[in-house]
Structure formats: structure tokens, C-alpha cells
Ligand binder design. Structure first.
Ligand code: ADP
Ligand code: MG
Ligand code: MG
Ligand code: MG
Length: 400
């Protein structure tokens, strides 16, 4: 097979995995492209005889957004494969296993997780995942702690930081999460029924100033190797298992961005069930589980992070009295602010979420979208009042 880049067809994908010896030469493989087709191809390959299966994910050299094509670096395939390997070592069992990475074709062959479902779909069906909070807490504590200056030597940290310079993917976040939703930008689109709420937001100078501070933190606070796109479409789940996929946005950024993404998406689900779940008892139960899950993720994260700190941190300055508590409080406040930005952008900006988009009645959807905007704004504006995770969930209850 040629070593120059070209997008694979389903037939090419079958030939590729056989040539590399991942399946027997004579296997009658089935292959289906299951990605959403905007940035990457995702092929699902199955040998019906043995039941063995694999995923082959290939980056495309462009992103198709608002009808235009813009070139997008294939280097994100390297970032994704390397991040998956690191996360797999630090948080075993919580990401798909990387089987093979091909730099020329910008593709990764990985473990098939088709016995899991994308978490967003599970949340839309009000499915409760009893182990999710514990798994997410472990994923966050271990991936963030062990890639930070708290654990690595300054030299090791800078070397890792250099390997994860990801400017084009960061620019997407800088534009779509931290800029465009807060003024009348071309990439925005939203439900016409919420125009008043959106225009009020565009007029809110205090809000824009706080979003600007969060944008600057995203761009400059190189605390840890973060996943960078940890929404509920990047998490696959079943009752007793959680897997984080798709770290192509990974870079050295603020730790709070990852828990913030998880909180935002749980809260978008919270807002969406005002529309999806008219039965009040069912709605209350599920919303209560979402808020309990946010609290359990943070508590588990903070506890494990503090344990890792006690065990591994030797630096005199990092062990200054009260510093660990202050550090974790700052991560929490960052997470709350980033969560707010991520909620607002899913209502106003380019990329929306199925949780809200699948509410068929535009008036009902508008109620949910306005709730998401109100929560998002409150999280950004009041994040510095949050001292403990219960302050975040109280804030949500207060707005709702
Ligand atoms: P993109 O970067 O284009 O968003 P993702 O990595 O999120 O690509 O994958 C797109 C979809 O492909 C996922 O939502 C999921 O349905 C499926 N998928 C991705 N990786 C796997 C995997 N390892 N096992 C099973 N399905 C997967
Ligand atoms: Mg996608
Ligand atoms: Mg994805
Ligand atoms: Mg992706």
C-alpha cells in the first residue's frame, strides 16, 4: 500500500487491516463507515466468522463547516493516537486500546467499543450509569495529575508540552467556544424564538469580560495534558464501563477545561429534559441524578487528586500550607466558568447538541435553550463564589 496520504474507502480499509495482519487474509470482513463525516472517517471492521472486530479512524485533511472547506492539519491524528496511549497508561481501561498508528495515512487502528453506546444517547433516554462518576473521577484525576508540573520534572513537562502543540484545533475552540457565541458572528445559528435572550447576552459587558478572562486562561494556562473535547459524545458507556474517545483536541491547557466539559454536557442534558420528559416525577429523578453525578465526579476527582499529591509531590513550594486546597479550588472555579461557556455555545454557536436539537416543538425547545443560557451565564458570572461543588449544584437549582 502506498505510504502517501489519501482518504480510504471501505474496500481500502479492509485491504489495509488484512495487509497489516490484523485479520486473516481469507477473512470475509464487513466494513461500515460509522463516523459523522465532518472531520474524520471511522470504519467499523468485523470478521463475522470469528466475531473479532476493530475500529479504524482516519483524519481528513479539511473540515467542512458552514458550507466552506478549510484545511485542517492531519497532525491531529498523531495527537489523538499519542494522547490515547498516554491516557491508557495513566487511566487503564478507561480509553480504547491503540493497536496501530500510521502517520502517513493519519489513521489509528483501535479497540472496537461497539458494545458501549455514546453517552449522549444514553442520557437522552434517561439511562442512569451508576459507575460513571467514579470512572470519570479516576480518568480526570490521573490524566491531569500525572501530566502536570505537580508530578513531572520541569524538563519532562516542557518536552511533553512541545509534543502536544495543537494550534489549529485550539483555534477552533478559541473561536467557537470563547468568541463567536458572544457577538453577532456569521458562524452562529440559533432558534429564532430565543433571539431576545441571545441579544441580551450580546449586550452583557460583564459577561463578555468574564468570557474573555476564560478565553485567556484557555490559551495560556498550560497546566496539564487535557483531552480538550470531553463532551458526552466523546464518552462511550455501558452499565459497568466508561471509555473516553476522540482526544484530537488534546494540548497543554487548564485542567478545569475537562471537568468543565463534562459538567456542561450533563447540564445540557438537565435543561433538555424540561422538554423531553414532561412527566414531572421522571424528570425530577433524572435531573437529580445528573446533579448528584456532577457532585460525585468532583468529590471523587478532588479526593484522588489530593491522594496523588500527598503521595508524589515532593516540591517544597507545592507543599506550602494551604496550597493544595487553593489549587483545587481554582481548578473547580475554572471548570465552572468553562462549563458555562460550553453550555452557551451549544445554544448559540456553530455546533449544537442532539439533546436539545431533537426536541421537535420549537417553543418547547426555546424554553430548554433559555434555561441552558441562563445556567451558562450564571456559571460564568458567579464562578468565583463557588468554593465547594455543592455551591455549583445549588447555583443550578437556583437558576432552574
Ligand atoms: P470525530 O472526531 O469525527 O468526532 P469520534 O472519535 O468521536 O470521531 O468517532 C465518531 C463516532 O464513531 C463515535 O461517536 C462512535 O459512534 C464511533 N466510534 C469512535 N470510536 C469508536 C470505537 N473505538 N468503538 C466503537 N465506536 C467508535
Ligand atoms: Mg463528530
Ligand atoms: Mg467525536
Ligand atoms: Mg473529534
Amino acid at each position: 500500500m502506498s505510504t502517501t496520504y489519501r482518504p480510504l474507502t471501505e474496500t481500502d480499509a479492509v485491504a489495509y487491516v488484512k495487509e497489516r495482519g490484523f485479520f486473516p487474509r481469507d477473512a470475509a470482513l464487513t466494513c461500515r463507515e460509522i463516523g459523522d463525516g465532518n472531520l474524520n472517517l471511522v470504519f467499523h471492521l468485523v470478521d463475522p466468522k470469528s466475531g473479532q472486530s476493530l475500529i479504524l479512524k482516519q483524519a481528513l485533511p479539511y473540515a467542512r463547516v458552514v458550507g466552506e472547506s478549510w484545511p485542517l492539519t492531519l497532525d491531529r491524528a498523531r495527537i489523538e493516537a499519542e494522547a490515547l496511549r498516554i491516557e491508557g497508561e495513566l487511566a487503564p481501561g478507561l480509553v480504547p486500546k491503540v493497536i496501530h498508528y500510521d502517520a502517513d495515512l493519519a489513521l489509528t487502528v483501535m479497540e472496537d467499543l461497539s458494545d458501549h453506546i455514546v453517552m449522549r444517547k444514553g442520557l437522552m433516554a434517561r439511562t442512569v450509569y451508576p459507575r460513571f462518576a467514579e470512572h470519570m473521577a479516576t480518568f480526570l484525576a490521573r490524566t491531569l495529575f500525572f501530566t502536570s508540573d505537580l508530578y513531572l520534572s520541569p524538563e519532562e513537562k516542557k518536552a511533553k508540552q512541545r509534543a502536544f502543540i495543537n494550534p489549529e484545533m485550539c483555534k477552533i475552540t478559541e473561536d467557537l467556544v470563547f468568541s463567536h457565541p458572544y457577538y453577532n458572528a456569521d458562524t452562529n445559528h440559533f432558534n429564532p424564538l430565543i433571539r431576545d435572550a441571545v441579544e441580551a447576552l450580546w449586550q452583557n459587558g460583564a459577561l463578555k469580560r468574564e468570557v474573555a478572562r476564560l478565553k485567556e486562561a484557555f490559551m495560556t494556562k498550560a497546566q496539564a495534558l487535557i483531552h480538550g473535547d470531553l463532551h458526552t459524545g466523546s464518552i462511550m458507556v455501558k452499565a459497568d464501563s466508561t471509555k473516553v474517545i476522540d482526544p484530537e483536541f488534546a494540548f497543554y491547557g487548564p485542567m478545569g477545561f475537562d471537568p468543565g466539559a463534562v459538567f456542561a454536557n450533563l447540564l445540557l442534558s438537565y435543561a433538555s429534559h424540561e422538554g423531553h420528559t414532561p412527566n414531572e416525577a421522571e424528570r425530577r429523578d433524572f435531573q437529580a441524578w445528573l446533579l448528584e453525578t456532577i457532585e460525585a465526579i468532583w468529590r471523587g476527582f478532588a479526593e484522588q487528586f489530593a491522594e496523588l499529591w500527598a503521595e508524589h509531590v515532593k516540591d517544597e513550594m507545592w507543599n506550602a500550607p494551604g496550597y493544595r486546597e487553593a489549587y483545587l479550588r481554582a481548578v473547580l472555579q475554572d471548570a465552572v466558568g468553562f462549563a458555562g461557556c460550553k453550555m452557551m455555545r451549544r445554544v448559540i454557536g456553530l455546533a449544537h447538541v442532539a439533546d436539545l436539537e431533537t426536541i421537535p416543538d420549537p417553543a418547547v425547545r426555546a424554553t430548554c435553550e433559555k434555561l441552558a443560557l441562563a445556567i451558562g451565564q450564571a456559571l460564568v458570572l458567579r464562578r468565583e463564589t463557588v468554593q465547594r461543588i455543592e455551591d455549583l449544584t445549588a447555583l443550578v437549582r437556583d437558576v432552574a
